[in-house]
Design a protein around this ligand. Structure first.
Ligand code: ADP
Ligand code: MG
Length: 212
């Protein structure tokens, strides 16, 4: 199965920036219902800084790209989502290895490490109505596709579909972590903004990996 290269990982982050910027108002609208209406601006600022940083100095390895980007998110995004997404990319960097290409199996392991980092940092479990509710199923679907012999592009498609299902399933839930948890039962009936942005990120990954 074809390996994933550093240009595709940089392309992922570029596409993430594009789609998050396009969907900024949507993410902010979701966050205005159960948060403080800054999720779209937080992430579009963060991913714009990621892309600017990569343009000024592009690391040659996958871990280098992920590490630079994770550090940029941690330092440029004030909200909860910046440290969480930053941790995800930093943990992915640690698992990806210092090479210009990785196997799909290793990318799956890196995504799992990224999820574990988000959980370690934010302490959210599945069903707490957070980004974990989209990222957890996405990582599992990605891993399962690779185990079934699919390529990384198909695995990312499966991951994106699982993320979207996880996002939609957050709607009836009562938030137990983050700002939305302050609303208690009033958080029910709305999608979680972070689960929505995870879904955009997985869609960007699928798009980047489908181009070779
Ligand atoms: P803030 O809540 O600080 O305004 P954002 O609006 O950028 O930050 O991000 C909100 C999103 O962050 C939520 O929709 C949720 O998905 C995610 N989030 C918040 N706290 C946690 C946590 N402890 N664990 C996982 N995800 C979290
Ligand atoms: Mg917010």
């Amino acid at each position: 199965m074809a390996d994933v290269d550093v240009d595709q990982i940089a392309d992922w982050l570029g596409r993430a920036k594009d789609v998050i910027s396009e969907q900024r108002a949507y993410l902010t609208e979701l966050d205005s219902a159960i948060g403080d209406a800054d999720h779209g601006s937080n992430l579009s600022r963060g991913f714009t800084a990621v892309v600017d940083k990569l343009a000024s100095s592009t690391p040659e390895t996958i871990s280098g790209v992920l590490k630079s980007s994770g550090m940029t998110l941690v330092s440029t995004v004030g909200g909860a989502s910046g440290p969480l997404y930053g941790t995800m990319l930093l943990r992915m960097a640690g698992a990806a290895g210092d090479t210009a290409t990785i196997t799909p199996e290793r990318l799956a392991a890196a995504l799992r490490a990224g999820l574990d980092g988000v959980v370690a940092r934010g302490k959210a479990e599945l069903g707490d109505k957070t980004m974990v509710d989209a990222l957890g199923p996405a990582v599992s679907a990605f891993e399962q596709s690779i185990a079934d012999g699919k390529d990384a592009s198909a695995a990312a498609e499966a991951g994106a579909a699982a993320a979207a299902a996880g996002r939609d399933a957050t709607k009836p839930l009562i938030a137990r972590k983050g700002r939305a948890s302050y609303l208690g039962e009033r958080s029910a009936g709305h999608l979680d903004p972070g689960a929505a942005s995870v879904t955009l990120l997985l869609g960007a990954l699928a798009a980047a990996l489908s181009e070779r």
